[in-house]
Design a protein. Structure first.
Length: 135
């Protein structure tokens, strides 16, 4: 498992570097998706391919390495609300975990360092509360 994690992290680093080097763009998924939704296809071709790759990659992976099915027992409305809150938070925080955590930290951006530390801190708090408070 450690080798797969290292290889996966390496591929993420390579993808981030290539996008920055050749396009001058930061790989932040919320920003990529937000710009894609502006519907200027001629300027967003690469974004369309990127997002398409995000959606089809798990299916391709599953062909070679079948994974067991997952049953989600949460309320669909709660899942949608959570997604909307994540989207709102990404816009409010000027980026998502991939933009701040992967690209921003690598560029030593103070805003990204603070944002990533905040994500991690509140992640710890959330896990602690969810383990202590039965829902």
């Amino acid at each position: 498992m450690i080798i797969q994690s290292l290889v996966g992290g390496g591929f993420i680093g390579i993808a981030v570097s290539i996008l920055l080097l050749f396009n001058g763009k930061i790989l932040g998924v919320s920003g990529i998706l937000g710009e894609l939704l502006n519907c200027r296809l001629s300027k967003n071709n690469w974004r369309l391919f990127f997002v398409t790759g995000l959606f089809i990659s798990p299916f391709i992976y599953n062909i070679f390495y079948p994974i067991p099915s997952v049953k989600i027992s949460s309320n669909n409305l709660l899942i949608i609300l959570g997604g909307l809150l994540v989207g709102f938070g990404s816009r409010l925080g000027s980026g998502c975990t991939s933009g701040h955590g992967v690209c921003g930290v690598a560029r030593l951006s103070v805003r990204s360092l603070i944002a990533t530390a905040t994500f991690i801190f509140f992640g710890f708090i959330t896990v602690y509360v969810l383990k202590k408070v039965p829902i």
